[in-house]
Ligand binder design. Structure first.
Ligand code: ATP
Ligand code: RIB
Length: 295
């Protein structure tokens, strides 16, 4: 089972010719709204991948729809708290080439506290996964608590703060971050990824795929991405990580989990939107990828 300490946002999408420059006003070609937040996206991705997922988080009174939608998508919601703060939201600009820029308002996401996290994790079992990102608070409490309980800890270090990685890394089994974040982490810590006390590190490389650094196995492997036509890259990383952890939870090897994550992410970049459009396993199987999902 996966316990995901994560954000829940209302995503407002503005599709534009290009991303706005300082001082520029541009009219959007299209506007959409949906469920998002790195946490919610990963919960939905893991549930779509067939895992049992318990989301730990918070929304405001205006966020009842988000909790109902997570439930519809197969995510367990008993540990999502209703707090007297607005639900988090994200204003997402997407350019014609699929690139994005995002303004976040944390709202209720930053009201998730150690008491809420502790009460949820008290119900977890050894061997379960704790998954975290950096749009909530409490990672510094959650990671050691989960470790003490015999859980496996995965940290998707976005939005990136090197200090938070440094604070939790002693208790993290698997770290997922993108190329720019990996370079910044190495610079801030003055250590290479290979020197960090983390068994497995996955560096996502956008259209170039990803790199798996296994410090336990003292090996490094590159996985090329599936070539697809890009429409909107928002949520691709979240979809990758949700699928990856769900596959590991199901007992798949790291190689197979990465393959499945990259297939889900490849479908995702061809779609507009975030949690609402994350593909399920059937869509991946129907897409006729080369990879073998039968392990
Ligand atoms: P985001 O924050 O936009 O969700 P990220 O920076 O966390 O993304 P990326 O490295 O951009 O993560 O992408 C995650 C994964 O999604 C990649 O490892 C790759 O498998 C897939 N992906 C991303 N962009 C593309 C693309 N243009 N074509 C094919 N696959 C892609
Ligand atoms: O990674 C994509 C997510 O980042 C969006 O869903 C948005 O809510 C922001 O948190």
């Amino acid at each position: 089972m996966i316990w995901n300490l994560g954000s829940i946002n209302a995503d407002n999408f503005y599709y534009l010719r290009h991303l706005p420059q300082p001082g520029e006003t541009i009219a959007a070609e299209e506007f959409r709204q949906g469920l998002g937040g790195k946490g919610a996206n990963m919960s939905v991705a893991a549930a779509r991948a067939g895992a049992r997922v318990m989301h730990i988080g918070a929304v405001g009174p205006d966020g009842k729809w988000a909790v109902e939608r997570l439930l519809e998508y197969g995510v367990e919601t008993q540990h999502i708290h209703m707090i007297n703060m607005p639900t988090g939201h994200a204003n997402i600009c997407v350019a014609e080439d699929g690139e994005n820029s995002i303004v976040l308002f944390a709202g209720a996401n930053h009201e998730v506290n150690d008491r809420i996290i502790g009460a949820a994790l008290a119900e977890a079992s050894p061997g379960d996964f704790l998954l975290m990102q950096n749009e909530t608070l409490g990672q510094e409490f959650a990671a050691p608590t989960a470790k003490t309980l015999g859980m496996r800890v995965v940290y998707a270090a976005a939005p990136f703060e090197a200090e938070v990685v440094a604070d939790v890394m002693a208790d993290v089994d698997l770290l997922v971050l993108n190329e720019g974040e990996a370079a910044e982490l190495e610079e801030v810590l003055g250590q290479s990824l290979e020197q960090l006390p983390i068994d497995d590190i996955i560096v996502t490389l956008g259209a170039d795929g990803c790199k798996w650094v296994s410090n336990k196995g003292k090996s490094e492997e590159i996985f090329p991405a599936y070539p697809v036509e890009v429409v909107d890259t928002t949520g691709a990383g979240d979809t990758f990580t949700g699928y990856l952890v769900a596959a590991l939870d199901r007992g798949l090897s790291m190689q197979s989990a990465i393959t499945l994550g990259m297939q889900a992410a490849a479908l995702m970049v061809m779609r507009k939107g975030t949690a609402d459009v994350i593909p399920d396993l059937k869509e991946i199987q129907d897409h006729d990828f080369d990879g073998d999902l039968s392990e």
